[in-house]
Design a protein around this ligand. Structure first.
Ligand SMILES: [Zn+2]
Length: 222
């Protein structure tokens, strides 16, 4: 769990790659639907353009569908879910949870990271003007198309999302804390440091760059 820009997609991918876990990123499922102009995609697009979080029923439906595929052998790591108390109760009732990783990032740092995100208007590749800049300013390294902000990455939309995030997430963390599942990790540090801290806290073997290739992950926090 973590606010957008906290790097939870990156951290989840690093864990999934190393431990043969299926990585389920709710944001990616939604983005796929938007790009492929599905009915779900149209609903998501309207919500995001207004700067709001996608509705509970829609999120739950998408997650239930994805988890019902049962394609994991060693388990799964999910990011972007659960986001409210109801989803947390559903999750607790339905699955055995080993741990909840909470990536802690102050709002001012979220603002700095999120407002630096860019997306290629051609191929959809993610960029970040802090850590992952293109070779030519404003241009995609892969296809040369113009880099744009996601339409939901404005100051105003972000302020609404942060408020909504804290309102909904604090009670969820409280539920998981009562079950003693939560490890809170300072997410302001580098992605390697954050990964090591997660593993130390969960008694997992340390991360090694040689052992796993995660590719060029952006810090877009999906
Ligand atoms: Zn491109």
């Amino acid at each position: 769990m973590g606010v957008q820009g906290s790097g939870k997609g990156t951290q989840a991918a690093m864990l999934a790659g190393d431990f043969d876990l299926v990585h389920i990123a709710v944001g990616d499922i939604f983005r796929w639907n938007v790009q492929h102009h599905t009915k779900i995609g149209a609903q998501v697009r309207r919500t995001m353009a207004a700067g709001l979080l996608v509705g509970d029923e829609l999120v739950e439906g998408v997650v239930r569908d994805r988890l019902s595929q049962h394609d994991w052998n060693y388990g799964f790591i999910i990011d972007g879910f659960p986001r409210n108390e109801r989803q947390a109760e559903f999750f607790l009732e339905s699955y055995d949870i080993d741990g909840v990783i909470h990536l802690d990032l102050p709002d001012r740092e979220v603002r700095r990271r999120v407002l630096a995100r860019r997306l290629c208007s051609g191929c959809g590749m993610d960029y970040n003007l802090i850590a992952n800049t293109p070779h030519v300013a404003g241009q995609c390294d892969v296809c040369g198309s113009a880099l744009v902000r996601r339409e939901d990455d404005t100051e105003e939309a972000l302020a609404v999302r942060l408020r909504e995030y804290h309102q909904k997430t604090n009670p969820v963390l409280a539920i998981f804390r009562r079950k003693e599942y939560v490890v809170t990790v300072d997410a302001t540090r580098s992605r390697e440091e954050v990964q090591q801290e997660i593993r130390k806290r969960l008694n997992l073997p340390p991360f090694s760059e040689d052992a796993v290739s995660t590719g060029q992950q952006s810090e877009s926090g999906r």
